[in-house]
Design a protein around this ligand. Structure first.
Ligand code: ATP
Ligand code: MG
Length: 335
């Protein structure tokens, strides 16, 4: 399969009092052409830092890519100069964020902002760009495009604003769309609509999508493959079907058990994973998940397991074989 993005041994740090703390620590994965990959993990696991590194945006908030390699269609992004990176950012790779209001300019109409995005990428006239903006707005499922383009961001609902952001991200006809929690600020019905829109666009535009979410249920609906991240490291990578059929990492099992079942009885309390994600200054020795892991042994507390390949999946856990043999990774239905 054609790889569009390759990330290898990525280490990203932020300057602290005692040098750099590592928000992402040795992460490797790739994305195939036309594939949707979801990165799932609790808050603080390094999902956003990973995506901002691909866009080389970490440098703007005193972060630094300390090690590793990111390449897009075989071309290194890590060594690109700032102006070369500007060419790629927002054109071949586009990104949409969680809160669309902060990303839109309040003093310009929607039409002006989308057509500016189009003009930035295409050598056409203003009028033609406005027509293109109408097409894009229609494509993302906004009715009355002519009227909508004359409105200002504050006149639109959250869901509409997110659609506008998606339209702007599409203006450059990107080959890779990175969406960082694009639906977390929206209510569930609007969330479902936006996810459906992304699925349709993926079919129509044959884009690759990297979707970041803390909700493994969203990943189930969207992803071809799922990457499970915890405290700056990847715990598991597998096809979506395989992850749900049989998680291989205790953390994945924990995430799956904290999801309400669609047909689940209401009022049944959800299980949650004990404890919380460590701060970057207190990363535990050994496996980072070991302090919260019900199966951790002495070895887990001392030595970090590498992400190892098993068939077509990858997992970082010392005890996969034992846990599998004793059915300890089977997801327990709540209730
Ligand atoms: P969330 O689900 O809350 O968005 P996340 O998985 O996206 O979480 P990141 O934002 O990638 O988490 O953060 C990973 C770690 O990096 C966190 O511990 C965070 O505090 C740290 N971090 C992120 N940005 C900065 C920054 N600008 N300066 C210092 N530390 C940062
Ligand atoms: Mg984030």
């Amino acid at each position: 399969m054609d790889k569009i993005l390759e990330v290898k041994d990525l280490v990203v740090g932020y300057k602290g009092k005692n040098g750099f703390v590592r928000a992402v620590d040795g992460v490797s994965f790739d994305i195939n052409k036309g594939e949707t990959i979801c990165i799932v993990g609790e808050s603080g696991s390094g999902k956003s830092v990973t995506s901002m590194s691909i866009m080389r945006l970490v440098e703007f908030e005193n972060g630094k890519i300390l090690d590793g390699e990111i390449s897009f269609k075989g071309e290194s992004l890590t060594t690109k100069k700032a102006d070369e990176m500007r060419q790629i950012r927002g054109s071949k790779i586009s990104m949409i964020f969680q809160e669309p209001l902060t990303a839109l300019n309040p003093v310009f109409t929607i039409g002006k902002q989308i057509s500016e995005a189009i003009l930035f990428h295409h050598k056409i006239g203003k009028e033609e760009a406005w027509k293109e903006a109408e097409k894009l707005v229609r494509l993302v499922g906004i009715s009355d495009p002519v009227g909508r383009l004359k409105q200002y961001p504050h006149e639109l609902s959250g869901g509409m604003r997110q659609r506008v952001m998606i339209a702007m991200a599409l203006a450059s006809e990107p080959e890779l769309l990175i969406a960082d929690e694009p639906t977390t600020a929206l209510d569930v019905t609007i969330e479902a609509q936006i996810l459906e829109l992304l699925r349709n666009l993926r079919e129509e535009k044959k884009m690759s999508i990297m979707l970041i979410t803390h909700d493994i249920g969203v990943a189930a609906e969207m992803a071809n493959r799922i990457i499970i991240m915890y405290a700056g490291k990847i715990m598991e990578i597998a096809n979506t079907f395989d992850i749900f059929e049989q998680p291989l990492h205790p953390y994945t099992k924990g995430l799956l058990e904290s999801v309400p079942k669609m047909d689940g009885q209401r009022g049944v309390p959800l299980k949650s994973i004990n404890g919380s994600i460590p701060s970057l200054n207190e990363i535990p020795e050994g496996c980072r998940f070991s302090p919260r892991c019900p199966f951790a042994t002495e070895k887990c507390h001392q030595e970090a397991p590498a992400l190892e390949t098993r068939g077509n999946r990858q997992v970082a856990c010392w005890h996969v074989d034992y846990l599998l043999e004793h059915s300890l990774l089977d997801v327990e239905e709540e209730g």
